[in-house]
Design a protein around this ligand. Structure first.
Ligand code: OOG
Ligand code: NI
Length: 269
């Protein structure tokens, strides 16, 4: 039996794979031969905090599937705000949604982002496919470069739009690996670049969450005037530790998340 939730995550996954060829290889590396042995801890989505497409508009899709709001997180330097959502069914991936606080950015960025968002049809935001609908606009390469100078996050959104920014392997559920360190070693042996901002392992058992991620794949995107190869999406790995009551910690850690965002930086370019 496939639930609406399964259908949504299936579409998000298929859309993510089209720009993240590493994802399938990573599943095979960590899960053995059957891709569906992997359980995902969470996915992440990005947006702008304009009324039409703000965090709440994205979250509405998950509230409708029985998700409830979890913690909130602030990223002052990156001008981002985020919340996570979780489902009473513990097998459901958690959802981390962030938004760029556009009004804190330059007038130039505000004008560019305002024009992009204006091109999204109002009814598209509530449609079942909005969360994997990609871009609703065309942007030229120079505008992408201009955004990149001020906010890597804004530039990523302009290029890739609405889609899962990453999926996250639940390391607790892996049969052949016990720790994030072991996962990192296996990935590095296969040549996957690991995000080392703030250290290759973010968080700790004391923080009840350890995370790592690959650097985003480099994928061709078609801008209005030309094509270019730029960072697309990445894969993350998370191990959760028990809280005082014995249940696994279900939140996120802002200091770690701050570094995970940098997995779409153009480090290797
Ligand atoms: C989200 C980064 C934060 C986590 O698990 O802490 C995150 C993003 O890059 O959009 O995913
Ligand atoms: Ni994440």
């Amino acid at each position: 039996m496939h639930s609406d939730r399964d259908t949504l995550f299936h579409h998000l996954w298929e859309n993510y794979k089209t720009v993240t060829p590493s994802a399938e290889r990573i599943h095979q590396l960590l899960g053995g031969t059957q891709a569906d042995e992997i359980i995902n801890d969470h996915i992440a989505l990005r947006t702008f905090n304009l009324p039409k497409v703000g965090l709440d508009r994205l979250a509405a899709h998950f509230l409708g599937l029985g998700y409830v709001q979890g913690g909130e997180y602030h990223f002052e330097a990156k001008k981002l705000y985020a919340r996570h959502y979780e489902h009473p069914d513990p097998t459901a991936p958690k959802v981390f949604i962030s938004e760029l606080l556009v009004e804190q950015c330059s007038p130039e960025l505000q004008a560019i982002v305002g024009e992009l968002v204006a091109q999204i049809p109002e009814q598209a935001v509530e449609a079942d496919d909005f969360l994997y609908s990609d871009t609703h606009w065309q942007v030229d390469y120079a505008t992408y470069q201009q955004l990149l100078k001020e906010s890597e996050y804004a530039a990523w959104m302009a290029a890739w739009g609405y889609r899962a920014n990453h999926f996250t392997v639940n390391v607790n559920e892996l049969a052949r690996f016990d720790s994030v360190a072991e996962v990192n070693a296996a990935l590095k042996a296969e040549g996957f670049p690991i995000n080392s901002s703030g250290g290759e392992i973010k968080g700790s058992p004391e923080a009840m969450l350890e995370q790592s991620s690959t650097m985003a794949d480099l994928t061709e995107v078609t801008f209005r005037d030309r094509a270019a190869v730029i960072p697309s999406c990445f894969y993350e790995f998370a191990k959760r530790y028990p809280t005082a009551d014995g249940s696994l910690y279900s939140g996120f850690v802002a200091a770690s998340a701050d570094k995970i965002f940098e997995s779409t930086d153009a480090a290797g370019m």
